[in-house]
Design a binder for this molecule. Structure first.
Ligand SMILES: C[S@@+](CC[C@H](N)C(=O)[O-])C[C@H]1O[C@@H](n2cnc3c(N)ncnc32)[C@H](O)[C@@H]1O
Length: 466
């Protein structure tokens, strides 16, 4: 098609006056500011490149590939990059447990003709989850070729793009390890559909996709001036989902991991209506804490896009949460308020509760230590839980009951659970709950790091007979 300069001029004017141009400019400024700070992640991309080309013994290689596909990319991002950079850019990669949960029920709709697009692909965790539903070919090279035509993705940062491509290659290698022909020259141009770019401006990927997998950044962003559902600061997750809904063709499956505020917050009521009128619901499932490094609760939304239907029936967005009773419904959970080295020893004397002053599962009336403290003290009866807790421990939540008629200063290495009905009976029920194997199984799947958080205790299912 021939385009003359007048047409080019008017196309450019059209672009520069459109809302996309505004987002595009923001994107360029953003990249200039943040890309250098992501540079250190290249170290991990390089490590994966060497692993792909290496001739390390098969067993060692198998283990290293397993680690690379299960949590290592996320651990490395936290090790190599500063926390404020991660938070500011919403860089939090999906855990294996969450991606499995998110893709539940989607597997059957994926085959080698699918076009699966992740507009904010990061290190590729959601895409890696989808590889499990794809067949492998006779040779490793054929599988790479076939999978390369299935997957597409975008991320603002080239370092993540490189890691994503290499991890997809490793996922194919892992599948070929026990079947098929492994030998092929590893080239860096597999998975060319995974590219550097913004998921808010490169829209052709949306049109072509059969599946869109989305775990967008959850950061504050200003809603578009002409937004039909929000004004001022909104969660960027809603903007990404809106883009996917409006740019995808009818019949596209969208699976999104989203912050709970979108499911429950009154500010997102109009946004929820936008989702209802432009798609049909396959599944809406609260998950709980995203992971133990980010104190954000998430849910999974699985929809199929449709033509806009203003008369669509409203969905019951709240229902799934009501079905499940958790520890947080019966207890107020908080971290012990005393930070010993920081808090001055002033004010009234209190019994001072630390990890070493009580035995596991004990019921204690008093503790030997005393401390002056001016902050919040906790009135008995209540339960304390040790924060240190490792996957594989016999009990993940180890508790003790504090009773008697006094107030305690509680150290911050303990989590405090105060019964809303103030009874000893509820405290004893909670201890039973902690000793229940179902609680340990739940925490093993929800919290893979070595300490419990307030959210993880809040979400322990109540009366779980596992
Ligand atoms: C929450 S992480 C999720 C990554 C991946 N989808 C996953 O599930 O692990 C969000 C990613 O979005 C990227 N990102 C932020 N803004 C973006 C944009 N406008 N376009 C594309 N990627 C973006 C970040 O660099 C980050 O890697």
């Amino acid at each position: 098609m021939h385009i003359d300069s007048a047409q080019q001029g008017s196309a450019l004017r059209f672009f520069t006056e459109s809302p996309y141009y505004y987002v595009y400019r923001l994107h360029l400024t953003f990249l200039a500011e943040t890309s250098p700070r992501m540079e250190k992640y290249s170290i991990y991309a390089e490590k994966l490149r060497r692993l792909l080309g290496s001739r390390v013994p098969l067993l060692e290689r198998t283990q290293r590939v397993g680690a690379a596909l299960d949590g290592e990319a996320s651990r490395e991002v936290r090790r190599l990059l500063e926390l404020n950079v991660l938070r500011g850019n919403g860089v939090f990669f999906t855990s294996s447990a969450l991606r499995e949960f998110a893709l539940r029920g989607v597997e059957d709709s994926i085959n080698s003709k699918s076009i699966i697009f992740d507009p904010t692909c990061g290190a590729g965790d959601l895409l890696i989850g989808a590889t499990a539903s794809l067949p492998i070919r006779t040779t490793f090279a054929q599988t790479l070729q076939s999978w390369s035509s299935v997957f597409s993705g975008l991320d603002l940062h080239s370092q993540f793009v490189n890691v994503c491509r290499r991890r997809l290659t490793l996922a194919a290698w892992q599948r070929h390890q026990f079947s098929g022909q492994l030998h092929t020259r590893i080239r860096d141009d597999w998975f060319e559909g995974i590219r550097e770019g913004s998921g808010l401006t490169c829209c052709s990927n949306y049109h072509n996709a059969t599946h869109i997998l989305l775990n967008p950044p959850f950061v504050t962003q200003i809603a578009a001036e002409n937004s039909s559902w929000g004004a001022g600061n909104v969660n960027s997750a809603a903007i990404f989902l809106e883009t996917a809904l409006s740019e995808a063709k009818a019949g596209t499956r969208i699976v999104a991991i989203l912050p709970e505020v979108i499911r429950c917050g009154s500010r997102y009521k109009k946004f929820r209506r936008v989702v209802e009128i432009s798609s049909s619901l396959n599944r809406l499932a609260p998950y709980g804490l995203f992971d133990c490094h980010t104190d954000v609760d998430v849910f999974v939304l699985d929809v199929t896009t449709s033509r806009v239907n203003l008369a669509a029936e409203p969905w019951d967005w709240a229902k799934p949460a009501l079905a499940k009773k958790t520890v947080g419904d019966t207890f107020t959970v908080s971290v012990g308020p005393v930070v010993d080295f920081r808090d001055e020893k002033r004010g009234q004397w209190f019994p001072y509760l630390t990890v070493n002053s009580i035995s596991p599962w004990e019921e204690a009336f008093d503790v030997p230590k005393r401390r002056r403290f001016t902050g919040r003290v906790v009135k008995s009866p209540f339960v304390v839980v040790r924060r240190t807790s490792r996957p594989g421990d016999r009990f993940r939540a180890v508790g003790s009951i504090i009773r008697g008629a006094t107030e305690f200063a509680v150290d911050n290495h303990l989590i405090v659970c105060e019964p809303r009905d103030h009874t000893l009976r509820s405290c004893r029920e909670l201890i039973e709950q902690f000793r229940n194997p179902g609680t340990t199984a739940y925490l093993d799947s929800a919290i893979r790091c070595r300490h419990l958080t307030v959210s993880s205790v809040n979400h322990i299912p109540w009366n779980h007979h596992g």
